[in-house]
Design a protein around this ligand. Structure first.
Ligand code: MN
Ligand code: MN
Length: 467
């Protein structure tokens, strides 16, 4: 009996797919490094809550590492480090490799926009002597999660004379914050009978911003007038200037460790900063790669990647073409030989909601960075579906660099679904696969990830760039 068990144990060891917790496999150096990396990451989360702020912070880090602004037509050689800022809302960066660029680039693509409440273009109103901002939510959210939490306001306003004002209120401890109110349970009898999609309606997401009336005015809208007067004194803006503004209400709290063991991070915007930060760091840390490393931190993923700062536009393609030209090659030859990691998050298995996942094919906290061959919904629609050959290549690469990884898809077949930028890049004739960090409570104001998985994303992107 014992001998029989021994044989089956050995065979299982040899033949079964291993899906063990990463903490049973991680080296002590990597474990230590993962906690240090998490501290840097939390600082990034707190500094870069919007796509514009993520670009600013990325540019600061890139310049500190010697990256210079790419100019079309400039001559490039191996080891050169360049970036291109796309309208302050997306950023591209490249480290020129030693191999001819016709051999393709190693492309990492992550997004820096996150779900939030955008102000409407005529947002300010007064109702029963309270001042409020109308909002239009950005990305897919469960609206009820965005009420009764402290919110900060970030963004830019272009004034009538064309000058730009930057706004960031609610991050400093001494700043005021804003919030969306909700009904008290005592009077919510009707509200609580609604389905969750209508529990809080889009037009209910109004941000409370003040209540003191302008003192010399006993006519109507004195509270609104007082707010406008304060805004004029602070920013020199009038109500019409909101028309040319992008103001985003985001959770005002900072990223925090979660758990007695501090193994997890709670914060706003893990999707997709937990991939964009590791991709950025891997690029910053890379010196002389064989293949040219290109990383793009893009905008507009959460609304479908349209617009000139989203990856359905041509801005990435133009950058590759321009780099190719600078190195005497053809852009299309470079693209056809290139490989891409579409660095985006996946859903982590939640023991409280096990019914939406199929346990053999979903991502788990602490099992490492997740490789996803295809995304999409209902019969794989909207996916690029990486080839078995490319999945095999990436798998070999991860194993050779001691990256702890797992595989998983987004939920049960027919449970729903979602996409990433992978398909848009694959459509450029680039071998592309999704890889990212599993997230709990995705798209909530306070999302959760694991430090081990985050660090493994960094190791994965670094391995890919260096290969
Ligand atoms: Mn995402
Ligand atoms: Mn998302």
């Amino acid at each position: 009996m014992d001998e029989k068990n021994k044989v089956s144990k050995e065979l299982k060891e040899k033949l079964f797919l291993k899906r063990k917790n990463g903490y049973t496999r991680i080296s002590s150096e990597d474990e230590k490094a993962s906690f240090a990396f998490a501290d840097d990451y939390k600082a990034f989360l707190d500094t870069a809550k919007t796509e514009r702020e993520a670009v600013e912070e990325a540019l600061r880090l890139l310049k500190a590492k010697g990256f210079t602004e790419y100019k079309k037509g400039m001559k490039l050689k191996a080891g050169d480090k360049v970036y291109r800022n796309n309208r302050g809302k997306a950023v591209l960066m490249a480290v020129i490799g030693t191999a001819p660029i016709e051999e393709g680039v190693r492309l990492c693509a992550a997004h820096i926009d996150s779900p939030r409440l955008d102000l409407k273009q005529n947002p300010l109103y007064e109702d029963n002597e309270l001042a409020l901002f109308k909002t239009h939510y950005y990305g897919g959210i469960k609206k009820y999660q965005w009420t009764t939490i402290p919110m900060a306001l970030h963004g830019v306003i272009i004034k009538a004379d064309g000058s730009k004002v930057s706004v960031s209120i609610g991050e400093d401890e001494n700043d005021p914050v804003f919030c969306v109110t909700d009904l008290l349970p005592h009077l919510a009898t009707e509200q609580m009978t609604r389905t969750a999609t209508k529990l809080i309606k889009g037009e209910d997401l109004n941000l409370l911003i003040g209540s003191i009336p302008f003192r010399e005015d006993e006519t109507s809208e004195a509270v609104k007038l007082n707010i406008l007067n304060l805004l004029f004194e602070k920013y020199g803006i009038t109500e019409a200037d909101f028309i040319s503004s992008e103001l985003e209400a985001v959770p005002a709290f900072k990223a925090r460790d979660i758990g007695f063991d501090r193994s997890l991070i709670g914060g706003y915007g893990h999707d997709d900063r937990c991939c964009s930060y590791p991709a950025l760091r891997a690029t910053l840390d890379c010196d002389a790669p064989v293949h040219t490393a290109v990383t793009v931190l893009t905008d507009k993923e959460e609304t479908g990647s349209d617009g000139n700062t989203g990856l359905c536009s041509s801005y990435l393609e133009y950058f590759i073409h321009d780099l190719a030209e600078s190195l005497g090659a053809k852009g299309r030859d470079v693209l056809s030989a290139s490989e891409c990691l579409s660095a985006d998050v996946n859903a982590a298995f939640d023991p409280t909601y096990p019914e939406v996942n199929e346990r053999n094919n979903c991502a788990y906290i602490n099992k490492g960075v997740c490789i996803t061959k295809y995304t999409g919904a209902r019969g794989k629609s909207g996916t690029s579906d990486a080839s078995a050959e490319f999945a095999g290549r990436i798998r070999r690469l991860m194993d050779s660099r001691e990256v702890i990884w797992q595989t998983g898809e987004l939920g049960k077949v027919d449970a729903g679904g979602g996409g990433t930028v992978a398909a848009y890049i694959a459509n450029l004739d680039v071998d592309t696969i999704d890889m990212g960090v599993p997230v709990l409570s995705m798209h909530a104001p306070f999302e959760v990830i694991s430090k081990l998985d985050l660090y493994m994303a960094y190791k994965a992107f670094a391995a890919f760039i260096a290969d």
